[in-house]
Design a protein around this ligand. Structure first.
Ligand code: AVJ
Length: 336
C-alpha cells in the first residue's frame, strides 16, 4: 500500500495563460461562449455560495437534506474507505454534512465512537478555486482525525494526482456538478473518474432532475439578481485579469431552458452595439444589440438515464436516494 503524498507537492496552478487562450478561442466560436469553470474566481465563488442560499435554487438544500438523512446509509452501502475525494467541494458543507451524518455507520472510516484506533480519514479536495479550497478545508478542519489535501487543479488533473494509491476511495461528485458536461462529455468524464479508481471503489454522485420550466428558470434567473451578478462577474474577471474593457452594465443576464438538449443555459446579452477589446487574449470584437455570450450549461437528468450513463462508464449503481420535492437524485455507484 503506497503512502499518501504530502500536501505541499500537490498544488497545481491553473495558469493565467490558459484563461487568456481559452477566452481567445471560445469568443471566436459561433455562438460565442466562455467555459463555465472561469465563473469561480474569489467573487464568483462567493456569489455561487450566495446562490446556494437562495430559496429558488433548490439543489443545495435538497442535496444537503439527503446527505443528512441518509449519511449513515451511504457509508453502510459503500466499501470501507480510508480516503474521500471530492470534485468541486465548494465551501465544504456537503462533505462536512455527509461525514457528520455518517458518524457511527458500520463502514464509516472516520474516528469511530467505539474508541478503536482508526487511521485518519484523508480528504482530498479538488477545485480550480483557491478560495473554495481554503474555505472548504477551513470548514472541514473542525472534524477530528482527518487529514486534508488540497488540489488546486481542474478535475482532470486532480484525478490524475489522486489515481491509484491502493487505498479504498469514495469519490464525491455532488451539487449536480455533472450538469456542466454535455452528454458525451459526461460519459467521458465519468470514465476518467473510473480510470482513477480500483474495482470496489465508490462514487457518490448528485444530479438535478428535469422539472417544470418555470422552476428551472427561477433557479437560474432569481428575483434578487444574484445569478445575474454571478454571470456578469465573468466580465469583471476578464477586465481585471486580461485587461478587457467590457462595459459590464451593457450586458444582461439570460437563462434559457433548452428542452431538446435537456439543459438550462446561461447567456450574457449585449444591451447595445459595442466594441470590446481584451489585449491579453488578443480579442477585438464588436457586439450588436442582442448578441450573446453563452457562459454555462446545466444539464438535467431523468433518474433512469443517470443509471445508464454510470453503467456505460464502468460503475454499477448500488443505491439511490431521491429528494422528491426538489427533484434531486443522489446515486451511489461502485466501480466494476
Ligand atoms: C455548480 C454547476 C452545479 O449549474 O446549477 C448555479 C452552477 N449556475 N447557478 C449549476 C450555477 C447558475 C451550478 N453548478
Amino acid at each position: 500500500m503506497s503512502m499518501p503524498r504530502s500536501a505541499a507537492s500537490q498544488n497545481v496552478q491553473v495558469a493565467d495563460k490558459d484563461f487568456a487562450s481559452d477566452v481567445e478561442y471560445y469568443l471566436a466560436l459561433e455562438p460565442r461562449q466562455l467555459p463555465s469553470r472561469y465563473l469561480y474566481d474569489a467573487l464568483g465563488s462567493a456569489l455561487f455560495n450566495a446562490i446556494c442560499e437562495l430559496p429558488w435554487y433548490r439543489i443545495t438544500h435538497g442535496e444537503l437534506g439527503l446527505l443528512r438523512r441518509h449519511g449513515r446509509a451511504i457509508f453502510a452501502h459503500s466499501t470501507p474507505a480510508s480516503r474521500i475525494v471530492e470534485l468541486g467541494p465548494g465551501n465544504g458543507s456537503k462533505l462536512l454534512t455527509l461525514i457528520e451524518a455518517g458518524r457511527g455507520a458500520p463502514n464509516h472510516a472516520g474516528p469511530a465512537k467505539t474508541g478503536h484506533h482508526v487511521r485518519p480519514l484523508h480528504l482530498h479536495l479538488i477545485d480550480v478555486s483557491s478560495k473554495a479550497l481554503d474555505e472548504a478545508s477551513h470548514a472541514l478542519a473542525l472534524l477530528d482525525d482527518v487529514e486534508i489535501v488540497k488540489h488546486e487543479a481542474t478535475y482532470e488533473s486532480g484525478l490524475m494526482e489522486i489515481a491509484r494509491t491502493g487505498s479504498h476511495t469514495l469519490v464525491l461528485f455532488l451539487g449536480s456538478n455533472i450538469g456542466n458536461f454535455d452528454r458525451p462529455g459526461a460519459d467521458e468524464f465519468l470514465r476518467s473518474i473510473r480510470a482513477a479508481l480500483e474495482p470496489g471503489d465508490d462514487l457518490l454522485i448528485g444530479a438535478d432532475l428535469v422539472k417544470p420550466e418555470s422552476e428551472l428558470l427561477l433557479a437560474y434567473d432569481d428575483p434578487l439578481g444574484v445569478t445575474a451578478a454571478f454571470n456578469r462577474n465573468l466580465l469583471v474577471r476578464i477586465n481585471r485579469e486580461l485587461g478587457g474593457n467590457f462595459d459590464v452594465d451593457a450586458f444582461g443576464h439570460r437563462a434559457v431552458w433548452n428542452r431538446s438538449e435537456s439543459r438550462v443555459e446561461m447567456h450574457l446579452v449585449s444591451l447595445r452595439r459595442q466594441w470590446v477589446r481584451i489585449p491579453c487574449a488578443h480579442v477585438d470584437v464588436t457586439f450588436k444589440e442582442g448578441d450573446t455570450i453563452w457562459t454555462e450549461s446545466s444539464y438535467k437528468y431523468e433518474p433512469e438515464e443517470l443509471a445508464v450513463v454510470l453503467e456505460r462508464a464502468g460503475f454499477r449503481p448500488v443505491e439511490r436516494w431521491l429528494a422528491g420535492e426538489e427533484r434531486f437524485l443522489l446515486t451511489l455507484a461502485r466501480a466494476d
